[in-house]
Write a protein that binds this ligand. Structure first.
Ligand code: FES
Ligand SMILES: [Fe+2]
Length: 363
């Protein structure tokens, strides 16, 4: 049973919940760490998997424990596009069907579960369900472009991925923690059923020396956009029109509602050797930008017990994000079974509905 450590008691059904999460795509393992013919154990949202790459290059994610006697399939070996259990050598194909049972006269019909996989931004992604009906998280401006990537930090935090995600739209903290000279305000828009984006709409900072200096060279607005996928993966787009920087924070939940994450730095692919060099420089600058933001509030995520008891006008985007998360399909930790929304709304009406009310009262 997961530990309920850093979670305040609320009646939110999904947001910051330590035992359930949004059905969707989650990062699994770096593509380069899974060569053809290799198999690795992976624990993803409480479910143990064996992840392997067949000879056709396709990554297969299969339930870890062999349906014969429970041996971990990552102890076995890849054969073609199938995996063979180490223990009694049963063989399972890419759909999880058992195709060979040595020492058994007649094949018993046995099937293990497999899950959809995809590869994007140097990462293997796994869909936490049977049928993937949404796209893998992407940077909206780079949707159809080939990209160069570099990996930033891999980290763990003692708070829920949903809570960590809201940092990027916590308007007020940009001033108090990151010393922004500009007041930030966001406009939200829905990207698709599982993704929501927030765009900075404000200008200002006329009192700031730095802003005055930059304005001499650059008069247009600067972009700051945060897009959220499945409440756990966020892509940041920021910078002046002539150079946007792109970062992805891919998070997944650990037991007890804690976070494991990977930062991915992204830029579009450029032609030729000089194009490649330019991309590497931009990725390095992106890393510097990412570090600047990540460093400021690291300690908060080790001790926070998130509970938005007193929302203010500046917290509106956070409330919008929480409301978005609450509309998603949630599934249970470990079993990945869909949790049906409760039929009686009165039981759970207090918190999610109450937050927008509170915001209205405080504006
Ligand atoms: S436990 Fe896998 S074949 Fe027996
Ligand atoms: Fe921050």
């Amino acid at each position: 049973m997961p530990l309920h450590t850093s979670h305040a008691k609320t009646s939110l059904k999904i947001f910051n919940h330590p035992d359930r999460f949004i059905q969707g795509w989650y990062w699994a393992i770096r593509s380069s760490d899974l060569k053809i013919g290799a198999v690795k154990p992976l624990s993803l949202m409480g479910k143990d998997l064996a992840v392997y790459r067949g000879e056709d290059g396709v990554v297969i994610a299969i339930d870890a424990y062999c349906p014969h006697m429970g041996a971990h399939l990552a102890e076995g070996r890849v054969e073609g596009n199938s995996i063979r259990c180490f223990f009694h050598n049963w063989k399972f194909d890419q759909n999880g069907a058992c195709t060979e049972m040595p020492c058994v006269d007649h094949l018993i019909p046995v099937k293990s579960s497999t899950y959809p996989t995809a590869e994007k931004y140097g990462m293997v992604w796994i869909w936490t369900g049977d049928l993937a009906n949404q796209s893998v998280p992407f940077v909206p401006e780079l949707e159809d472009l080939e990209c160069e990537i570099a990996f930033g930090d891999r980290f763990t935090k003692k708070c829920h991925p949903n809570v960590m995600m809201i940092n990027a739209i916590d308007a007020n903290h940009f001033n108090t923690v990151h010393n922004f000279p500009i007041e930030i305000e966001f406009a939200k828009r829905s990207l698709n059923q599982n993704a929501i984006a927030f765009n900075n709409t404000t200008r200002g900072g006329d009192d700031s020396l730095l802003v005055k200096l930059v304005r001499r060279f650059y008069k247009n607005e600067a972009t700051y956009n945060m897009s959220y996928w499945f409440g756990s993966t966020g892509t940041v787009t920021l910078g002046p029109d002539f150079q946007h920087f792109y970062l992805m924070f891919a998070l997944r939940m650990l037991e007890g509602g804690q976070t494991e994450g990977q930062t991915i730095l992204i830029t579009r692919k450029r032609q030729g050797i000089w194009g490649w060099v330019l991309s590497q420089i931009i990725l390095w600058l992106t890393w510097l930008v990412g570090n600047y933001f990540a460093k400021g509030d690291t300690k908060i995520f080790q001790t926070i017990k998130f509970d938005l008891k007193t929302p203010t006008k500046a917290d509106r985007s956070i409330v919008d994000f929480i409301s978005h998360v609450e509309t998603q399909t949630s599934i249970a930790w470990e079993t990945w079974e869909v949790i049906e929304p409760e039929s009686s709304p009165q039981q759970h009406s207090q918190h999610p509905d109450r937050i927008p009310e509170l915001v209205r009262e405080t504006i």
